[in-house]
Design a protein around this ligand. Structure first.
Ligand code: OGA
Ligand code: NI
Length: 314
């Protein structure tokens, strides 16, 4: 599959300079327009000048790698299939049914002081390094989500308190190296349930489905210092379908294993997300039912035959 996939040219990836979103920037309207177009056409963009230093991102990826490199018997205490556990390790190994290979740890990360004590303490710098990144990426996420809200033509304060109080879940991923001939994926095709997901990666491997090009899979080039922003299902709902959650997957690499950190940003657990009233009128009727993160989690265990976002469509 990989050989047929084209790589997006850097000019095809919308790159948002976060420093231009600050209040005094006269270029802000242009940046909001780029965000609007990227969210509408691709469901995806990347950010630069985001204020998170390379030291912080490298240390976070480094500690995460060290955690995954521990022998399994030191990690089994975190293994669980219970989706409600705030700290949870899962492993996916290739077998005849599943053609994916991935190990992941999910960590609740907001408010950080409530959860960080239950994160892994081995390696010893895990909580410090992942904690620093978690705090900074959450600050950044509020800035990005605020800009996305404005790019929809909504008041900047729209949903601000739900976003400020919202859920932040860190997903640390490790994708082992795999022979390319084996057709093994790191992670199968999906959309995220979130408002947005911010992705930090050690190398390329992410591919997105390009709905402007016959749903062709496109590899997203890794660019040092950038973070990727993926539109999730709950933003699709909030925008009444104006912004689309993006299908993505992760391919495996023959030479190197890959680590990534996804920051999943949502409303608070029980709070409903619904289409913004301002985006609903006679010409644009409400297209989605209201739903919460809690309902998404229930949906996960319901073994439904459609995807979550399809289940919300009216
Ligand atoms: C995810 C995801 C991508 C990656 O965790 O939902 O899409 O690169 N991760 O790890
Ligand atoms: Ni994802």
């Amino acid at each position: 599959m990989n050989s047929l996939v084209s790589t997006l040219h850097p000019s095809q990836v919308t790159t948002i300079d976060v420093s231009q979103l600050h209040h005094d920037s006269h270029t802000k309207p242009l940046v909001l327009k780029s965000i609007h177009d990227a969210c509408q056409k691709m469901g995806f963009f990347q950010v630069i000048n985001h204020g998170i230093s390379t030291e912080v991102t490298e240390n976070a990826l480094g500690s995460l790698s060290k955690f995954f490199d521990l022998p399994m018997d030191q990690k089994t205490i975190f293994l669980s299939n219970d989706v409600k556990r705030p700290v949870r390790l899962e492993t996916f190994r290739v077998d005849n049914v599943s053609r994916v290979s991935r190990e992941l740890i999910k960590l609740y990360a907001y408010p950080i002081e409530d959860w960080i004590g239950s994160w892994p303490h081995n390696p010893t710098d895990f909580t410090e390094n992942l904690g620093k990144y978690a705090i900074e990426v959450r600050r950044l996420s509020l800035e990005i989500m605020g800009a996305i809200v404005e790019s929809l033509g909504l008041p900047p304060t729209y949903s601000r308190s739900s976003l400020e109080k919202g859920m932040h879940m860190i997903v640390g991923n490790k994708y082992p190296q795999c022979s390319p001939s084996s057709n093994i994926l790191g992670l199968a095709s999906h959309t995220d349930h979130t408002i947005i997901t911010i992705l930090l990666e050690s190398m390329s491997g992410l591919e997105i489905m390009d709905s402007n090009d016959n749903n062709a899979w496109k590899s997203v080039p890794a660019a040092g210092g950038t973070l990727k922003v993926l539109i999730g299902n709950h933003l699709e709902v909030l925008s009444n379908g104006l912004y689309k959650s993006v299908f993505h997957w992760v391919t495996s690499n023959a030479q190197k294993s890959r680590v990534s950190i996804g920051s999943c940003l949502s409303f608070p657990m029980a709070e409903m997300v619904e289409p913004a009233m301002e985006l609903v009128d006679e010409e644009h009727p409400k297209r989605y039912k209201a739903s919460s993160l809690e309902e998404y989690i229930k949906f996960l265990s319901s073994k439904a035959d459609k995807s979550y976002i399809e289940s919300l469509k009216i």
